[in-house]
Design a protein around this ligand. Structure first.
Ligand code: SAM
Length: 160
């Protein structure tokens, strides 16, 4: 599969997963959503559109989002996520979306040493996580993917 095909499949899977989580409904938590990896802000914008009324707190090492998809300063945390995500521990988030996978296996291998615990710590019981990288953690129970998404392309969990 070409990298272009792979990119198209990834963004289609993202949209389908975010829509699926919207349709599942978020738990009666505080309505907080964490966007881990703001990037250009495309999925942030989709979250904003599909989860009206929720606060979206975004993380990235630097601001690279389109101005139309840039969170307010109080909703954007800049820096290495490994160092900054601790501030979301105990936040009781309803939904965490993490899109910080790379094309570099050694980078991703390092990321999955700390990301699963950080996501488990941030979510409310019953909260949902969607991630491009697997989140192996005893507190995160895998959920079925919506139709059409190849297993392994994206990962969906509910906090026990
Ligand atoms: N979902 C975004 C969108 O739709 O525009 C794209 C996210 S992009 C694939 C990943 C982003 O995560 C990049 O902007 C990168 O800077 C950030 N990122 C990845 N790993 C990170 C880390 N360990 N700490 C801080 N930022 C990180």
């Amino acid at each position: 599969m070409s990298r272009l095909d792979s990119f198209i499949h990834r963004v289609q899977a993202q949209r389908d997963i975010l829509n699926h989580v919207r349709d599942l409904g978020l738990p009666h938590a505080n309505g907080l959503i964490l966007e881990i990896g703001l990037g250009n802000g495309r999925t942030y914008d989709h979250l904003r559109e599909n989860f009206p009324g929720c606060r979206i707190l975004a993380f990235d090492r630097a601001l690279g989002a389109h101005p139309a998809s840039t969170p307010a300063p109080g909703d954007l945390v800049l820096g290495e996520i490994r160092d900054t995500i601790g501030q979301a521990a105990g936040a009781g988030a309803a939904f965490v979306h993490a899109d910080i996978g790379t094309a570099y296996p050694e980078v991703d291998a390092d990321t999955i040493t700390w990301l699963p615990q950080a996501v488990a710590d941030a979510l409310a019981p019953g909260g949902i996580a969607a991630s491009g990288l697997p989140l192996a953690h005893e507190a995160l129970a895998p959920l079925p993917l919506p139709d059409g998404i190849r297993p392994g392309r994206y990962h969906l969990y509910r906090r026990r």
